[in-house]
Design a protein around this ligand. Structure first.
Ligand SMILES: NC(=O)c1ccc[n+]([C@@H]2O[C@H](COP(=O)([O-])OP(=O)(O)OC[C@H]3O[C@@H](n4cnc5c(N)ncnc54)[C@H](O)[C@@H]3O)[C@@H](O)[C@H]2O)c1
Length: 359
């Protein structure tokens, strides 16, 4: 009889520094989930792209890299960037290129304080921090539009444009409204209409316009400066949050800081229409300071693996992986040094696998 098992083809780009170290543990977790479940399996194909590849070839990935990746169901990415290659090259020619060319316009970042995770805020518990950021991921301040005029002269001038199209702004807000509606949660838009008199006035206007189609969704709108303050002083006011590329980038690092640190922060870059593969990654960088020491925390990359399981239609497994992470944080026996433990990256991964097998 022919097997009906679904095979998920995943392109693995470990990238630089701790990227490959943490992804290895995420792959182990995904393979264990598939083994335990029995209805699906993962086929991983590794690509050695990143800064080392750049130093050898002058490119972050081959010319046909995007075409190669287009045949996969998902991309699993570690981290990109390393001393010796300018960050604007490494980021733009690999990570941002994939996000852009595959129209991964939703950057979905959970900011959720799990039980047992360290939180620097006084008097705040896991009940107070449970939000999901929907960051616009295809245009805005990171559209790469601008000019460098008269370089090296006294008149040297740079222009960096923010690009906000009606198409791009409406689709990210619609995604956020739909999520808030589905989950019966409030939706907060973060902008800066008082100072950015074109882009953010437009953003606020579209947020209000679309809101009329979703009368059941409770909405709030904050300026980004006040929003940052509230994230620290009163995080429970946020549930689903929608914001531009730049604001989302910054606020989700703040989100990571209040919900356990960089070693626990995951993010998904989604092409919701599934025309192209989506990409799952921990949001931290390559951490050159601890690369190769076995100290990297793999839980962020395992959390992003759980987002991949959600996206593939296995939310029960996504939830189970999160529950395993939470249990390990509460027990505090097998954790990496950033979480106050003494375990290595692979010991944490092995423990996750063991718990999946026992699940
Ligand atoms: N998505 C990405 O690929 C991405 C994101 C951010 C930065 N970067 C790049 O990474 C490089 C280093 O950047 P950075 O130092 O600003 O940020 P970083 O996230 O690499 O490190 C910041 C701090 O957090 C710690 N840290 C990060 N991840 C950790 C983990 N999993 N476990 C334990 N500790 C962890 C590091 O040791 C470091 O002290 C730069 O080249 C930068 O451009 C890439």
């Amino acid at each position: 009889m022919m097997s009906t098992k679904t095979v998920y083809r995943v392109a693995v780009i470990g990238g630089d520094g701790i990227g490959p170290e943490v992804l290895r543990e995420g792959q182990k977790a995904l393979a264990a989930v598939a083994q335990k479940d029995g209805r699906f399996s993962f086929e991983f194909t590794e690509f050695p792209w990143g800064c080392e590849y750049y130093l050898k070839t002058g490119k972050m990935m081959p010319e046909d890299g995007i075409e190669t990746l287009s045949h996969f169901d998902a991309i699993y990415l570690g981290a990109v960037g390393y001393p010796g290659v300018p960050d604007h090259i490494s980021l733009r020619d690999l990570l941002l290129r994939i996000r852009h060319d595959f129209d991964q316009y939703v950057n979905l970042r959970p900011v959720k304080l799990l039980k047992g995770a360290p939180c620097p805020l006084v008097g705040i518990t896991e009940k107070d921090i449970d939000m999901v950021f929907i960051r616009e991921n295809s245009e805005g301040e990171y559209a790469g539009s601008g000019a460098w005029l008269y370089p090296g002269t006294p008149r040297e001038t740079v222009i960096q444009n923010g690009v906000f199209s009606r198409f791009g702004t409406e689709r990210i807000m619609r995604y956020a409204y739909e999520l808030a509606k589905k989950e019966h949660r409030s939706l907060t838009s973060i902008s800066k209409g008082n100072a950015l008199n074109y882009s953010m006035v437009f953003w606020d206007q579209i947020f209000a316009e679309l809101g009329k189609e979703y009368p059941e969704v409770e909405t709030h709108s904050y300026l980004v400066d006040a929003a940052s303050m509230f994230m620290v002083k009163d995080p429970k006011r946020y549930q689903v949050v929608v914001c531009s590329n730049l604001f989302g980038d910054i606020l989700t690092d703040l989100g990571a800081a209040i919900s356990g640190g960089m070693g626990l922060a995951a993010g998904a870059n989604l092409n919701p229409e599934r025309t192209y593969p989506s990409m799952f990654e921990p949001i931290h960088g390559s951490a050159p300071d601890i690369a190769g020491t076995g100290k990297a925390n793999p839980l962020a990359s395992i959390w992003s693996a759980s987002q991949m399981l959600d996206f593939f239609g296995h939310p029960e497994w996504g939830r189970r992986l999160l529950a395993i992470i939470e249990a390990m944080l509460v027990e505090k026996t097998i954790l990496t040094p950033d979480m106050g433990g003494t375990a290595t990256t692979s010991e944490v991964g092995d423990e996750v696998v063991k718990r999946i097998e026992e699940a």
